[in-house]
Design a protein around this ligand. Sequence first.
Ligand code: FES
Length: 232
Amino acid sequence: MQNDIITPIPVNVMGKTYEVPQGLTIMKALEYSGYRLTRGCGCRGGVCGACATIYRKKGDYRLQVGLACQTVVEPDIYVLQLPFFPANKALYDIGRAVPDAQNIRKLYPELLRCMGCNTCTKSCPMDLEVMNFVSAAIAGDYHRVVERSIECVACGLCAARCPAELAPFNIALLIRRMVGRHLVQPSAQLAERLEEIKSGKYEKELQELKNTEKSEIEKRYQELQATKGASV
Ligand code: FES
């Protein structure tokens, strides 16, 4: 019987066709095809948002978006990588940027151009309700922005597709920072832990770790992962 994992399938990368084993993610398919990823690749685990990708499946007119490290290739898929999207990113002094409508609109006046078309939500590979947090930003409900955008990986795909040219991921980042800096009560546990670090409490352990062989660190890491897997 044929093994599906190694069955080669054709994929089209930026106009060129390659044969890659079935079951690979777009990122692995790119590397299998000989691409060396110096951009558009970070954590490889769906967290950093560096690997925004646009693709179209054969026979489907729609362009779809995703994270290259999480999206599995299909036969005759067309793939384009977005190593970087030059979205507007405001500069500000977070110490002075208190969360209010005036400050937010001064930094991102385009926020008010949102037409409510929901394209941003449809573009999000993390399945976040992007238009919902954009609406919350317009309405001044900043805690809702934080709550709804906290899992944003800042891949930029919402900005790439927004017809009103907003960068929802950067607007949400600003508001999360504003809320964290000006509205959230300081954490007593964090202050305590910082004091412990400053006082050198973990110095000995850190030194031991630095002097440990790489193979031993890898072994401990594997054991830790196994423990986590067992407890899920
Ligand atoms: S490489 Fe980090 S999200 Fe894909």
